[in-house]
Structures are given as structure tokens and as C-alpha cells.
Write a protein that binds this ligand. Structure first.
Ligand SMILES: Nc1ncnc2c1ncn2[C@@H]1O[C@H](COP(=O)(O)OP(=O)(O)OP(=O)(O)O)[C@@H](O)[C@H]1O
Ligand SMILES: [Mg+2]
Length: 344
């Protein structure tokens, strides 16, 4: 659907040169909700603006639906661009026009009759759930409602791709979740490919099936959301994940006095993580019963990502050394990832 090949983009000002994109290669498939995450200045907006050539790369190819956009004449490029809608953090609505008129704007001058436009706008407002606000002005809308207008306007040309640049960053958690649900909905209903820029792993976790992590103009990691969450490779990815999974709290737990108290016999503290069907709690009861070790959960976090459960637990085992070792072996054999944190 979208292929970026060896994209480079440099911004030159009088004093500085910024290599905003360095040899970017990326594939986004039709129907993906594709997330791009990175800190401020990583190059996310530049990358996404290259997809519709709002930003022209210095080199490299932008291929959308098998068409190399760079080879198109102005008129054809305009046509191709219409198949790529975009929404923004600050909505970019026209304040002097009401909701209807904002959404109708992209349809102007395209040979539609008044009735056709009315029909189309009404359908779009219905899809985004603000039909009753058609004749209201943007200043009278909440942030979430404004973004719904932004989405309706972006859908006016029946795009195949929707680019979202920090589309929920200006919204409170409730509106963020509502807009993400709406995006999820239109991805399915309209078979719309969605590219989402964010600096929140929560957003990725919520709706993206694939994700690319950007740092200093480069893509440092790319993969399915569940793979990225379960085995992040790059340090920056680990940082993003640990903040959403609250695994930074693990250290607090481990440092707490309770942890340092050693009971009779051996003590082993392990981190266990699993993906999918494993019901870990059952395994913890099993090792207690089977090997007679005392298993104490110090920290636990279970998430659902793309419908798959993904858990991280810190468990302290107390008992005979051999029993503990046997219990760990049993866990490993059961496809549970075990990492020893402290052995005492
Ligand atoms: N028009 C421009 N002129 C000069 N430098 C620019 C321009 N646009 C972006 N840059 C620089 O390019 C780099 C990438 O910017 P970009 O806006 O793509 O980052 P971003 O990841 O979207 O950041 P944010 O999360 O803050 O939106 C930054 O260092 C930025 O300062
Ligand atoms: Mg940006």
C-alpha cells in the first residue's frame, strides 16, 4: 500500500543543517493501523508529510498503491493526494465556517450538486457521531468534537489512507479513547489504512497492529505491536514500554525492605513474562503444590494487546533450593519466559 524507499530529508537554515530523515525504509500494508512513535524532533511529522509529498524528500521513493508519487505530474499528484486524508493535533478547522461547511469544503469545485454534497456531509457527520452539530461553529465545540469534524473532513474525498499527526495529543483521556475508538471503527468499516503519529505507547497499544519506533531521523525498530511489546530491542523502545507497563515500578518494589527479608531456606526472585493463553496464576499455584515452594507475587501487570494477553510478574520463591530449581525448570518448559532477578 505505502512503501518508502531510502528516504532522506535535510532541513538547511542559515546556521544549521538538520538531517530530519536518514535513509528511511518502511512498508505499510493496506488495512494497517500503523503507529509511528518517537520523542519530539525524531522526524515523525516529516516522515508522515513525505507520504503525501507535503514535504518533498531530498532523495528516495514514495510509492503509494504501486505509483511512485515523484513521477506524477501536478494534476495526477493532486488526484493521488486526495486518496490520502490527514488530521492534526490542533484540528485546523476554519473558524468562520460551521461544521457542515468545514466538512463540505473539500468537495467544492468537484462537480457535485448541492444535494449530493448535503447527502455526503450528512453521511460523514453520522459516521463521526456529530450529526446534531452540523450548523454549529468550531468555537462552540469541545476538543473531541472538533477532532470528529477534522476526521469527517478528511474522509470527504473517500481516502484510502488517513494520516494522523498527534491527533489525540490535545485531548483529555476520555476524548482520546473515544477518538481512538472512532479511528478503529472507520479502519474496519471503511477499510481505511491509518498511520498514526504519537509519543504515547498507550495509543499504540490501543489501536495499532504495527509500529515503527523513530529516533534522530531513523527507524530504530519496526514490527507487530505484540512483538514490540513482548520483546523490545532498542533502548528507546524499552523506555517507551516501561513507562506504559509501569515496569519502572518494579525497581521500587525490589528495593523495598520487604524484599530484602530472607526467610528460612533459599529465596529466588524471578520475573516471568508470557504471551497468549498461559494463565500464569494457574502455573503459580501448580509450582506451589507440585514442588512445595512458596510463591509470592511482588508485582504484576497483565495487558491485552490486539486481543492477546501479555503478562509480566515478579515472583519471589521461597523453599528448598532443589525445589525452587525444579519449579523454575517447570515454568520454562511451560513456555513461560523466566528471568532471574535475585538469588539469595
Ligand atoms: N521546516 C523546517 N525547517 C527546519 N527544520 C525543521 C523543519 N521542520 C522540522 N525541522 C526539524 O526536523 C527535525 C524533525 O522534525 P519533526 O517535526 O519531523 O519531528 P517530530 O518527531 O514530528 O517532533 P514532534 O513530536 O515535536 O512533533 C527536528 O529537529 C526539527 O527541528
Ligand atoms: Mg511532529
Amino acid at each position: 500500500m505505502i512503501t518508502l524507499e531510502n528516504i532522506n530529508k535535510t532541513y538547511k537554515t542559515k546556521k544549521t543543517t538538520v538531517n530530519a530523515l536518514k535513509d528511511i525504509n518502511l512498508k505499510i500494508e493496506s488495512g494497517d493501523v500503523f503507529g509511528i512513535i518517537g520523542y519530539s524532533g525524531a522526524g515523525k511529522s516529516t516522515l508522515v508529510r513525505c507520504i503525501n509529498l507535503l514535504e518533498k524528500p531530498d532523495s528516495g521513493k514514495v510509492i503509494v498503491n504501486d505509483i511512485d508519487l515523484n513521477t506524477l505530474a501536478t494534476k495526477d499528484l493532486r488526484k493521488s493526494r486526495q486518496k490520502i486524508g490527514m488530521i492534526f493535533q490542533h484540528f485546523n478547522l476554519m473558524n468562520s465556517r460551521n461544521v457542515f461547511s468545514n466538512v463540505a469544503y473539500p468537495l467544492k469545485g468537484k462537480g457535485f450538486s448541492k444535494d449530493e454534497i448535503k447527502d455526503k456531509v450528512s453521511k460523514l457527520l453520522d459516521i463521526v457521531g456529530i450529526k446534531e452539530k452540523a450548523y454549529v461553529y468550531p468555537s462552540q465545540l469541545s476538543g473531541g468534537q472538533k477532532q470528529r469534524v477534522g476526521i469527517a473532513r478528511a474522509l470527504a474525498n473517500d481516502p484510502e489512507v488517513l494520516l494522523c499527526d498527534e491527533a489525540t495529543s490535545a485531548l483529555d483521556p476520555q476524548n482520546t479513547s473515544a477518538i481512538l475508538n472512532l479511528l478503529k471503527d472507520i479502519n474496519k468499516k471503511l477499510n481505511l489504512t491509518i498511520v498514526i503519529i504519537t509519543h504515547q505507547m498507550e495509543v499504540i497499544k490501543d489501536i495499532c497492529n504495527r509500529v515503527a519506533v523513530m529516533e534522530s531521523g531513523e527507524i530504530v525498530e519496526v514490527g507487530s505491536t505484540i512483538d514490540i511489546f513482548s520483546s523490545p530491542k532498542a533502548n528507546i523502545t524499552k523506555e517507551f514500554i516501561s513507562s506504559t507497563m509501569h515496569s519502572d515500578k518494579i525497581n521500587d518494589v525490589l528495593e523495598s525492605e520487604q524484599f530484602n527479608k530472607i526467610k528460612d531456606g533459599s529465596q529466588l526472585t524471578i520475573k516471568i513474562s508470557y504471551i497468549g493463553e498461559n494463565t500464569t496464576q494457574a502455573f503459580i499455584s501448580k509450582i506451589s503444590i507440585k514442588y512445595g515452594v512458596l510463591a509470592n507475587i511482588l508485582f504484576g501487570n497483565i495487558e491485552f494487546i490486539q486481543g492477546v494477553s501479555f503478562g509480566n510478574l515478579i515472583v519471589r520463591l521461597n523453599g528448598e533450593e532443589k525445589s525452587i530449581n525444579d519449579a523454575v525448570e517447570f515454568l520454562k518448559k511451560s513456555n513461560i519466559n523466566v528471568e532471574v532477578i535475585e538469588n539469595a
